[in-house]
Design a protein around this ligand. Structure first.
Ligand SMILES: [Zn+2]
Length: 347
């Protein structure tokens, strides 16, 4: 089959790889119908050491929807022909961490594209622990809602995780740091959870205008100290109850803490690019809770799915480009060059 493989920074190829097949009785085999490129895929795209002539590349992709093609003997909830969405981490759904809603720490879970597990930017994937991992979708494989349903795999669930960790609730003031696809989904999630004021920090007009359509009440294009001053000005001088940090770079984390109201919370979902969290003394002095981490998407899909199915929320609008699988490398380039917010891939 064809699949996406990264060999070093800027070097993404679509090539022939071994066809997946069932190995464990808890596996299913999935034909992928929709996949996409994640902002987090851009970190290795910028920095991965070349693997060299003889090295193995990294199989890419962790957000996908597909149709079940074959089912292991111990799989109880899925059948051939089912349309399913996969969260960006697989999990058994039965261990203590899964019971606690932290499927990303599942005792038998793992990441797509790691070890002998296929990546999602390809034609097919072997899904370990299929009963625990996959969520059946009550739609046909080419339903018009596919783009929005695909965001349940990661980007919308991650925006929601930021909002939950930042304590977003009715009547709260919220700031979202970052106007990438996760930040935009964070705006949607904050709106859905009842936030009164939602300030997005971003400087790309196409993105911040979508943020306004998603529910942002204010846009702050400034950065650093100017951004802090502007957010304070918009919130009566105090900053926001809830801050969603959707970037992961040091300056974004600093800004997130600076614009949090004393006693407020920062929900971090930007993949951290710093060895330690800055402003330890300031966050201590002002009792700011710093929370968040990798989003247990599987824990949220059941809650988020109805609004998407009924069209009340359209997170799929973050996709502004669709490419066939063979053009996936150009999708990486377009997202890295900020030509595209998020690229959907159709195998
Ligand atoms: Zn588990």
């Amino acid at each position: 089959m064809r699949a996406t493989v990264m060999y070093g920074a800027g070097d993404v190829r679509v090539e022939d790889v071994p066809d997946p097949s069932l190995r464990e009785p808890t596996d299913v085999l999935l034909r992928i119908t929709r996949a996409c490129i994640c902002g987090s895929d851009l970190w290795p795209y910028k920095s991965m050491e070349p693997v060299g002539e003889t090295g193995d590349g990294a199989r890419m992709g962790h957000e996908f929807i597909g149709v079940v093609e074959d089912v292991g003997a111990d799989v109880g909830t899925l059948a051939k022909g089912d349309v399913v969405v996969a969260p960006f981490v697989f999990s058994d759904g039965t261990c203590d961490f899964c019971d606690e809603g932290l499927h990303t720490s599942c005792r038998h879970g793992g990441f797509w594209g790691a070890g002998d597990v296929d990546g999602g930017q390809g034609e097919a994937v072997r899904v370990p622990h299929a009963d625990g991992t996959l969520v059946k979708l009550p739609v046909a494989e080419d339903d018009a809602l596919m783009a929005s349903l695909l965001t349940l795999s990661d980007v919308y669930a991650t925006g929601h995780h930021a909002a939950v960790n930042a304590g977003v609730a009715p009547g709260k003031t919220v700031a979202v740091v970052g106007d990438g696809a996760v930040g935009l989904c964070g705006v949607l999630a904050a709106k859905r959870l009842g936030a009164e004021q939602i300030i997005i920090l971003g400087r790309h007009e196409d993105r911040t205008s979508l943020a306004r359509e998603f529910g942002a009440t204010d846009v702050v294009a400034e950065r650093g100290k100017e951004a802090t001053a502007k957010v304070r000005e918009l919130t009566g001088g105090d900053g926001c109850h809830s801050v969603l940090e959707c970037v992961g770079m040091e300056d974004a984390i600093v800004t997130a803490i600076k614009i949090a109201r004393s006693g407020g919370s920062v929900g971090r979902v930007g993949v951290s690019q710093v060895p330690s969290i800055p402003l330890s003394m300031e966050s201590f002095r002002r009792n700011i809770t710093i929370s968040g981490g990798i989003a247990p998407a599987r824990a949220y899909i059941d809650e988020l799915l109805p609004d998407v199915l009924e069209g009340r929320i359209e997170p799929g609008r973050v996709f502004d480009r669709t490419l066939p699988l063979d053009e996936t490398p150009d999708g990486y380039r377009a997202m890295n060059d900020r030509e595209a917010i998020k690229v959907l891939v159709r195998p």
